[in-house]
Each structure stands twice: as structure tokens, then as C-alpha cells.
Design a protein around this ligand. Structure first.
Ligand SMILES: [Zn+2]
Length: 279
């Protein structure tokens, strides 16, 4: 599932290839491609110019010269590719936008939304302050200038849930999913099931700092393409999976202490950790 580093990589690509372009066509091909809460059909963006591509946590949006934004969430397997209109159509193509004037040639480019598992969506939304309406309840992510680490530490410290549950809660801090939660907790040497209020403020701060650090490295590697679903806008995989220390490494040796990495069930998914050095 794309997490902050993967979504940020896609944002950077869209920003590079689409800003300043006018949308001259829009079509959707699947009933779930457009979120039910969208205030208009996808065709409402025809004629709009893309001014910027923004992100908070795992949410992306195109800022248009309009009162509304085009929001995208990649869900489990969503991809946003920028391709020439002549490129062969992908089998899981859910929607496309035609852009005026290609970069390499006069041929027009398309933003293609491809999503095998159909948990991703696009949506036309008004703004609630600086962000589109569906992003309103999403907490600031650790890369935003107004991220208040002290406030987030205090919020987590007051929780009676497992630390992993807290750092995955997008209303406490956003952008972290299963992969980077496991990686951050390994780096901070904290067991995923420890109850938040039993951790010290210093420990919680260290977990958040570790999460930011690991996500920063992942952005540099173009993200993690663990299940081969995630691609950047050019259709390329990221290579951070090579740098993962615990996620997907059950039974392998811990790079720090040599112990065996364990995998336990966690909320329909798994937690990967080293029981020797994460306590
Ligand atoms: Zn270890």
C-alpha cells in the first residue's frame, strides 16, 4: 500500500510533468474510480489549468484555477502515470485526464489512474481552508512546516492503545502505514505492542523522528515497491525495499543484534519486529 514516501514520489512526478498544463479531456471507466462524495463528475475539470500538486499524508490533490480541487487517494494499489496518449492502454485503467501539449513532442500527455484492487479513488472537492474537504480530518504529516512534534508526542502519550496503532492513526499524524510503522519502531527499538502511556516522551519523540528519517530515505530511493503495485509516474518501481530492516523479513536475521525477525498478526495485517532488541 502506498504510504507517504510513495505518494510523495508520485506528487513530485506529477508536479514535474503536469503543472502549468491545461486539462482538455477527462474520462472515468469504473464505477468506483470516482469517490461517491465527489461534488461533480470528473469531466468538471475539463478546461482547468493545473497550478500545483499538493500532498498531506497519503492524500494528493491537483490545485486548479478553480474553486475546487481534484483529489486522489491511491488506496492499496493505485498508480498515477503520466504517459503519451499513444501509449497502450493498461488493463486496470480506471480514469484518465488529457493534457494539452506534451513535453517531448506535440503529442498530448495523459494522467492515467490505474488501480487493480479499486480501493483508490479520485474526487472533485471544495476547499476547507487550505486543504480539500476529505483531507480536513487528516492530521499534519511530519514533513509539513507546521508539524508540531511536541503536540503529537503529548497526544500519543495520552493513549491507551498499542504504539503501532497510534502511529498508524491518520488523525494523530498522517502518512505512516504498515511498512514505515514497523521500520520506525525497529529503528527506535520499541516493541509494536507497547501501550503508549507506558512509553516516555523521549521514546515517543524518538519513534516519530525515526519515522521521519526512514521515510526521508525512502523518498530518496523513490519509495518501496514491495508488492510491485506501486510505481512512480513513469511506471518505475522504487528500490527502498532493499533497505527495509524488518518489514517482510520474517525469520531473517536482525541487522542490529542478529536475532530472528518475528511476524505477528496485527489488525488484519502483520507486525514485523525483532523481539531481542525491540522491547
Ligand atoms: Zn534485533
Amino acid at each position: 500500500m502506498p504510504e507517504l514516501p510513495e505518494v510523495e514520489t508520485v506528487r513530485g512526478g506529477l508536479n514535474q510533468y503536469t503543472v502549468g498544463k491545461k486539462i482538455i479531456g477527462a474520462e472515468s471507466y469504473h464505477p468506483r474510480a470516482i469517490k461517491p462524495g465527489s461534488i461533480a463528475p470528473l469531466q468538471a475539470v475539463i478546461g482547468a489549468k493545473i497550478q500545483a500538486v499538493n500532498r498531506r499524508g497519503k492524500f494528493l490533490w491537483l490545485r486548479l484555477d478553480r474553486e475546487y480541487a481534484l483529489v486522489a487517494h491511491l488506496g492499496m494499489s493505485g498508480q498515477l502515470l503520466v504517459q503519451p496518449a499513444s501509449a497502450p492502454q493498461q488493463s486496470h485503467l480506471r480514469a484518465k485526464l488529457d493534457l494539452a501539449g506534451g513535453f517531448a513532442s506535440k503529442q498530448s500527455d495523459q494522467i492515467r489512474f490505474i488501480d487493480q484492487r479499486t480501493f483508490g479513488w479520485l474526487s472533485i472537492e471544495e476547499y476547507a481552508g487550505d486543504v480539500p474537504t476529505s483531507v480536513r480530518h487528516i492530521a499534519v504529516d511530519p514533513f509539513e512546516a507546521n508539524f508540531d512534534i511536541k503536540k503529537v508526542v503529548n497526544k500519543i502519550k495520552s493513549k491507551k492503545c498499542a504504539i503501532k496503532t497510534a502511529i498508524l492513526n491518520q488523525e494523530i499524524l498522517s502518512g505512516i502505514g504498515n511498512i514505515y510503522a514497523d521500520e520506525a519502531l525497529w529503528r527506535a527499538r520499541v516493541h509494536p505492542e507497547i501501550i503508549c502511556e507506558d512509553l516516555s516522551e523521549v521514546e515517543i519523540k524518538n519513534i516519530i523522528t525515526s519515522a521521519k528519517r526512514v521515510m526521508k530515505s525512502a523518498i530518496k530511493s523513490g519509495g518501496t515497491s514491495f508488492d510491485e503495485q506501486y510505481k512512480n509516474v513513469n511506471g518505475e518501481s522504487g528500490y527502498f525495499s532493499r533497505s527495509l530492516k524488518v518489514y517482510g523479513r520474517e525469520g531473517q536475521r536482525c541487522a542490529r543484534c542478529g536475532g530472528a525477525i518475528h511476524r505477528i498478526a496485527f489488525a488484519n495485517r502483520s507486525s514485523h519486529f525483532c523481539p531481542c532488541c525491540q522491547r
